[in-house]
Design a protein around this ligand. Structure first.
Ligand SMILES: *Cc1c(COP(=O)(O)O)cnc(C)c1O
Length: 389
């Protein structure tokens, strides 16, 4: 039986797989079993921030796996502590909790919020249209898309989903019952939607007035993706909690929740935890990522972003009947089409370039952060070619 046949026989039907079989990855490229070399412009969904087969990631993994790959959180583990110290120093936050994924980071925040406001009966959580915060039932309640959640109700109660970038809706709905506001300053799954300055200002103002917490979901937009460590740094504010995952483990499963001084003492021993949370091999790989960020990786993000933006805007002006909008922050780009993007994804794949389509008609690019100018050029050339046809 083919791999595809076996997959369909054995797996729950949760993923729509691409029609290619990967044999290896190197840098920004994937190599298929039938000998194709494919430029990967979405990097394992924003996970492989340093691309594939990165020598420093590989050697730090090897070094750690020869020591121990798991000992449980009964033990002090140097790789966890090193990564915690690095992230807190770079971000200015006070505390960290390690988990394994984005949705677990969101759940951790929901629990923290619940306990923080336990005595005050503040229970309402706010998120926005286009938001994606994960697939477990708490995180799913905060996720906007009906398709993801409708069949799984009842989810946790007391979630209000307001229109993204609507100051008016914020003013109408944030009040003394609001416990927390979850925001992706640059929405990923929702179609690379960028929060306006005014919107973020209003959240800042209302959270102060009504004493609610602000949770920045940086699971996709963090780890240097937008040209700053976190996307919220493009705005003048600092959230109470930051959620991280995807790129944080350099390709291995890892998630984290960062907390400010305000929330640093919420949990006591045993109230929260995870068997695998903060796996030492993942943390060792993650440390390489943050070292690279400290050593100039984001300069490349800024430079290639400028380069990519200029070229995408040019293509948009050439094909204005096909491209509705181009939105880009660092190396997180969304090209909104007038029609469904599935065909374009397939056409690009025929040209040996992997792009992603989200929210039906938005082509999403999340390339490795160390992508070169020449690789951007290859993408642009193929992208233009596909529009021309
Ligand atoms: C991917 C993503 C999540 C969920 O992360 P998982 O690791 O898939 O659970 C949550 N929030 C945002 C913004 C994401 O992009």
């Amino acid at each position: 039986m083919t791999l595809k046949g076996k997959e369909q026989k054995y797996f729950f039907n949760t993923y729509k797989r691409l029609e290619i079989e990967i044999s290896k990855g190197d840098g920004c490229y994937l190599f298929t079993r039938d000998g194709r070399k494919i430029l990967d412009m979405f990097a394992g969904l924003a996970v492989n921030v340093l691309g594939y087969n990165h020598p420093k990631i590989n050697s730090s993994i090897k070094e750690q796996l020869e020591k121990y790959i798991h000992v449980s959180n009964y033990f002090l583990q140097e790789p966890q502590i090193n990564l915690a110290e690095k992230i807190l120093k770079m971000s200015g936050f006070s505390k960290i909790f390690f988990c394994n994924s984005g949705t677990e980071a969101t759940e951790s925040a929901i629990k923290l919020i619940r306990k923080y406001f336990n005595s005050k009966h503040k229970t309402e959580l706010i998120s926005f249209t286009g938001a994606f915060h994960g697939r477990t039932t708490g995180a799913l309640a905060l996720t906007a898309k009906k398709k993801y959640k409708q069949q799984f109700e009842p989810l946790i109660q007391g979630v209000k989903i307001l229109e993204f970038n609507s100051v008016e809706q914020l003013e109408k709905n944030v009040n003394e019952n609001t416990a927390a506001i979850f925001i992706e300053c640059v929405q990923g799954e929702g179609g690379v939607n960028i929060a306006t300055q005014e919107f973020v200002e209003t959240i800042k103002h209302l959270s102060k007035k009504h004493e609610c917490l602000i949770i920045a979901d940086e699971i996709q937009s963090g780890v240097g993706r937008t040209g700053k460590l976190h996307a919220y740094e493009h705005y003048d504010f600092s959230p109470d909690i930051v959620l991280l995952a995807k790129g944080i483990g350099g390709g291995l499963p890892l998630g984290a929740m960062l907390g400010s001084e305000k929330v640093k003492d919420v949990f006591v021993n045993g109230e929260h935890g995870s068997t695998f949370g903060g796996n030492p091999v993942s943390c060792a790989a993650g440390l390489v990522v943050f070292n690279e960020i400290e050593n100039g990786l984001m300069e490349n993000v800024i430079e290639q972003s400028r380069n990519l933006k200029m070229k995408l805007l040019k293509i948009k002006s050439e094909y204005s009947s096909k491209i509705k909008d181009v939105r880009i922050k660092g190396l997180m780009a969304g090209i909104e089409l007038f029609e469904n993007g599935e065909t374009l994804v397939n056409q690009m794949l025929e040209e040996n370039v992997l792009v992603n389509c989200t929210n039906e008609n938005v082509i999403r690019l999340l390339p490795p952060l160390n992508i070169s100018c020449a690789e951007i050029e290859i993408f642009v050339e193929k992208f233009r070619k596909v529009f021309k046809n």
